[in-house]
Design a protein around this ligand. Structure first.
Ligand SMILES: Cc1cc2nc3c(=O)[nH]c(=O)nc-3n(C[C@H](O)[C@H](O)[C@H](O)COP(=O)(O)OP(=O)(O)OC[C@H]3O[C@@H](n4cnc5c(N)ncnc54)[C@H](O)[C@@H]3O)c2cc1C
Length: 594
């Protein structure tokens, strides 16, 4: 059963339990939780799935060691529990990562940490000095971190000399000691978000509950509580086949993250419950992707969590086998979150932080192959004197008064807590709808979930099929690793859906990539992929390939034409638009490899 698109005239609106505005990680997790509880749901995004802050993050699934200094024990405990859960429910997308915290000596930061815990941020900054946190402060933090983590899967924290074997190649003169602990990395939250929605669709089909996702649509709420959901624009010269929806929802959730206030402003003039004051006080954060062999080798298997010269936290993280992810800044930001960009000063600041840690492997500006920038959807309320880093990362679910139907906004949140946020929000929404909570996602794996062993078996099976279709062994293996890396347990299905007229077609490669051409069909048919940008940035993640070339964009565009998603005469324009976006948004220049 699906929700019918209205076709002209004055259609009767379709009844639906909940409309969620925003298909970021939080909107998607909430949609899944509600469908799991038998609600019909329509998810509407003004752009694509995971096109907002979700993909501009540091990509960590972590308890947030530094939140301990701000006394956020509840948040840290919840985040650690969710971290442990996500490692089990989505092992193909969330993997353990060992962290190292380099420290200058034993005693630094004790007074500052104590002042912060007691709420004296300005005193903390005065006492912080330039030597950063010392061994005792870090050891206390790590001890507390372990204490708050129930069911931890790893060895406990320890303090070791930086000269010990296997440690990252930090400046051992400046940092003789390091705290060692474990957290986790979600390299592709874009794919995690898509899988949440794929799972929601599966659950909906099993329970015969209507469920629909609309990208590039805008929602307009009438005073009578009716909602019109209309396509924003034709994409790639092909107008939306889906048409308008006319809905009579029982509730609406504004899960548009950093856009929450803007969405409220266009949706209807509601009283926001605080005299119309903004709910979001966003800060922008930038990241660099660095292609520097010595730095990547110097990191080894660890991430480094350190302080920049000004005491702000900085992460230097492995990003696959070749790249290093460095982030982040934290700068108050007003205006349209879509317009946030990394500026030169942020690049210099982050490179200086890396230089301070790794003077022997410091990358130059030329090694920065791309960067990205996003706005944190932080609550506007600020604790007195707190720096942006000290603003709470807890989420809030705000119910707006005097609206024609129940309307909530989600403020704040983290990737890490998307599932627990969804569980809490669904419970409140179900209560208002007069329905009981009948299920939770606590132990429900994502559709692509597979262990490391299962993943290796899948690679073997996919590679064997590719070899049988005539691909040379190493090419077949690379293809299989690429597909399993993206789709996990769904890899074989992805190859089947993508199959062309013959087996050989199934494994024909997209030019300049190790992925098969048919994968484009799978992303369109089963993952709501519509445009060239959807495919490159948020389904196949080719945007992070340092060797990405226009040739590959052209190959994907050709598949989109074949799938009827792109008009042949629009191909050049689409490619040019994406090349421009990459340069503007990511500082990334594409080659034109043949
Ligand atoms: C620099 C930085 C680093 C971070 N690092 C981490 C980290 O390491 N770990 C962690 O756990 N968290 C991290 N976070 C926090 C985390 O990324 C965000 O809190 C989270 O992604 C927010 O998700 P969301 O779904 O609420 O919002 P978003 O992902 O922004 O989704 C909102 C969606 O709403 C859509 N939209 C906008 N306007 C409308 C409208 N009018 N109608 C319909 N749709 C609309 C947008 O297109 C977007 O897709 C970080 C955040 C930043 C900025």
């Amino acid at each position: 059963m699906s929700i019918d698109a209205a076709s002209g005239g004055n259609p009767l609106p379709t009844a639906v339990d909940v409309v969620i505005l925003g298909a970021g990680i939080n909107g998607a997790a909430l949609a899944r939780e509600l469908v799991l509880n038998g609600c019909s749901v329509v998810v509407v995004d003004a752009d694509d799935i995971a096109a907002g802050t979700t993909r501009w993050s540091t990509r960590l699934v972590h308890g947030g060691l530094r939140y301990l200094e701000y006394g956020e024990l509840t948040l840290v405990r919840e985040s650690l529990a969710e971290r442990n859960r996500l490692l089990q429910l989505a092992p193909h997308l969330v993997s353990p990562l060992g962290f190292v915290v380099p420290v200058c000596g034993w005693f630094g930061g004790l007074l500052a940490a104590a002042a912060r815990i007691l709420g004296g941020e300005s005193l903390a900054r005065r006492w912080a000095g330039t030597r950063g946190r010392g061994g005792i402060t870090v050891a206390c933090g790590l001890w507390l971190y372990d204490l708050l983590s129930t069911g931890a899967l790893w060895p406990r924290r320890c303090l070791v000399p930086t000269t010990a074997a296997g440690m990252p190649a930090v400046d051992t003169g400046r940092f003789p000691l390091a705290g060692v602990y474990d957290d986790a990395q979600m390299r592709f939250p874009e794919r995690f978000t898509v899988e949440l929605l794929v799972d929601a669709r599966t659950i909906a089909a099993e329970r015969n509950v209507p469920f629909e996702v609309r990208s590039r649509h805008a929602a307009h709420l009438g005073a009578d509580g009716r909602l019109r959901v209309a396509p924003l624009a034709a994409t790639g010269g092909v107008s939306s086949a889906a048409g308008e929806l006319h809905l009579a929802p029982r509730a609406i959730v504004n899960a548009t993250g950093a856009w929450v206030d803007r969405t409220l402003g266009t949706l209807l003039p509601v009283d926001r419950g605080a005299g119309g004051a903004p709910l979001i006080g966003g800060t922008k954060g930038s990241h660099l992707l660095v292609d520097h062999a010595a730095l990547r080798a110097g990191l080894g298997v660890h991430g480094v969590y350190a302080e920049a010269e000004d005491g702000r936290p900085v992460f230097v993280l492995p990003f696959g086998d070749r790249l290093v992810l460095v982030g982040t800044t934290d700068i108050p930001f007003q205006g349209d979150p879509s317009a946030a960009r990394t500026d030169d000063a942020e690049i210099d600041y982050l490179l200086a932080a890396v230089r301070r840690l790794f003077p022997g492997a410091a990358p130059s500006r030329g090694a920065v192959v791309q960067h990205y920038c996003g706005v944190r959807p932080l609550p506007a309320r600020r604790a007195d004197g707190r720096s942006p880093a000290g603003i709470t990362r807890r989420h809030l679910l705000i119910r707006h008064p005097r609206t024609p139907l129940p309307l909530w906004s989600i403020v704040g949140g983290k990737l890490t807590t998307c599932r627990s946020l969804a569980e809490g929000a669904a419970a409140e929404i179900l209560t208002v709808l007069g329905r009981p909570v009948t299920a939770t996602s606590r132990s429900r794996p994502l559709p692509g979930a597979c262990s490391a062993r299962e993943s290796e078996e899948l690679v073997g099976r996919c590679a064997a099929r590719a070899v049988a279709a005539g691909l040379p062994g190493p090419t077949a293996e690379a293809l299989a690793r690429g597909v399993v890396g993206l789709f996990g347990a769904r890899a074989e299905r992805a190859l089947e859906v993508g199959a062309g007229a013959s087996t050989a077609d199934t494994f024909a490669l997209l030019a300049g990539s190790r992925l098969p051409r048919g994968i484009v069909r799978y992303c369109c048919d089963e993952e709501w992929g519509e445009t060239l940008a959807d495919l490159v940035e948020r389904r196949l993640l080719l945007v992070f390939d340092p060797d990405l070339a226009v040739t590959t964009l052209r190959a994907i565009a050709a598949e989109l034409v074949r799938e009827g998603r792109l008009a042949a005469e629009s191909v050049d324009g689409e490619i040019q638009a994406l090349v421009t976006l990459m340069a503007e948004h990511y500082g990334k220049r594409l080659g034109d490899r043949a």
